[in-house]
Design a protein around this ligand. Structure first.
Ligand SMILES: C[S@@+](CC[C@H](N)C(=O)[O-])C[C@H]1O[C@@H](n2cnc3c(N)ncnc32)[C@H](O)[C@@H]1O
Length: 279
């Protein structure tokens, strides 16, 4: 296994959002796991910023329509994928490199009866196990930061999309180059492989063959969202400890607080990009 891949899969094997945690939480709330609906999972299965609002924005930007075949790149537990399938009536393939995310996604899909509409696939975004030109839209959320060779992954998204279709995604960006020791900490604590600036991202998309439709700087809104997310992680960490699961511990939470501060100071930030594969 490549080093970068190992760092990522280990990070997600110990992530505070996990299928066992979601199932324990739901059982505690409703007493049993009988007849669970996709909507009941929404508060727990979205591992990105701004929850369902972010899904709706990306679905619109990617011009998803009923019956489309959609690719979610780095789909995690397929929380957004289940939302697109349920709320936008599309068929979603969720590609992810972490075995525990793919297994967890399958378990959650079966729980809510979406196993025929949402398809978790184990694989790398840099070498996709799909034929060319088979998806009508592609999306991704806060994941490309984990990918060492972004042009390779963007070229793969371009390859598997049908001409005229769109890739809409959000990701971390770097507004100011960070010193090497700080980048190393992001690598160790968040499995962050590299970060681009917004103009660099636009250039990489164009090199992959895309036409850039829009590039929105979302850093300001992320500052507030991330502060709330930090307090959610603090609660999840305490819950995990009480449930006898290993906690992510102080180091993760301290690094997350540093991340929130870097976003608030606009050293690091976020972008929402929409790109189209020309006809
Ligand atoms: C922040 S999570 C996002 C999950 C999901 N999109 C969501 O919003 O709930 C990032 C995901 O990217 C996956 N990932 C990281 N590098 C990858 C790669 N090279 N290929 C495929 N998946 C990758 C991780 O395993 C993880 O599940």
């Amino acid at each position: 296994m490549e080093m970068a891949e190992k760092t990522v899969t280990e990070f997600y094997a110990n992530h505070p959002i996990s299928a066992p945690h979601i199932l324990t939480k739901l059982t505690g709330i409703r007493g049993s796991l009988k007849d669970v609906t996709p909507q009941e999972l929404y508060p727990y299965d979205q591992d990105h910023y701004d929850g369902l609002n972010a899904n709706a924005r990306l679905a619109d930007k990617a011009r998803m329509k009923s019956g489309d075949r959609v690719l979610d790149v780095c789909a995690g537990l397929c929380g957004p994928a289940r939302w697109y399938a349920t709320e936008r009536d599309v068929d979603v393939t969720g590609l992810d490199i972490s075995p525990n995310r793919v297994d967890g996604a399958k378990e959650l899909n079966a729980l809510v009866g979406l196993q025929d509409q949402v398809h978790p696939i184990l694989g790398s975004a840099m070498d996709m196990p799909f034929d060319s030109a088979q998806f009508d839209a592609a999306v991704s959320q806060e994941s490309f930061l984990h990918i060492p060779d972004k042009i390779k992954a963007l070229s793969e998204v371009f390859r598997v999309l049908r001409p005229g279709s769109r890739f809409a995604f959000t990701d971390w960006v770097m507004h100011t180059p960070l010193p090497a020791d700080e980048m190393e900490l992001y690598h160790q604590r968040f499995a962050c492989q590299s970060l681009l600036s917004i103009p660099e991202y636009e250039t990489q998309l164009e090199k992959a063959g895309f036409m850039v439709v829009s590039a929105g700087d979302v850093t300001a809104s992320w500052g507030e969202i991330l502060a709330r997310r930090l307090s959610m992680y603090q609660t999840l960490d305490a819950e995990a400890e009480r449930a006898g699961n290993p906690s992510k511990g102080d180091t993760f939470l301290k690094m997350y607080a540093q991340f929130v501060s870097d976003v608030k100071q606009r050293r690091i930030g976020g972008v929402r990009l929409t790109a189209e594969k020309p006809e």
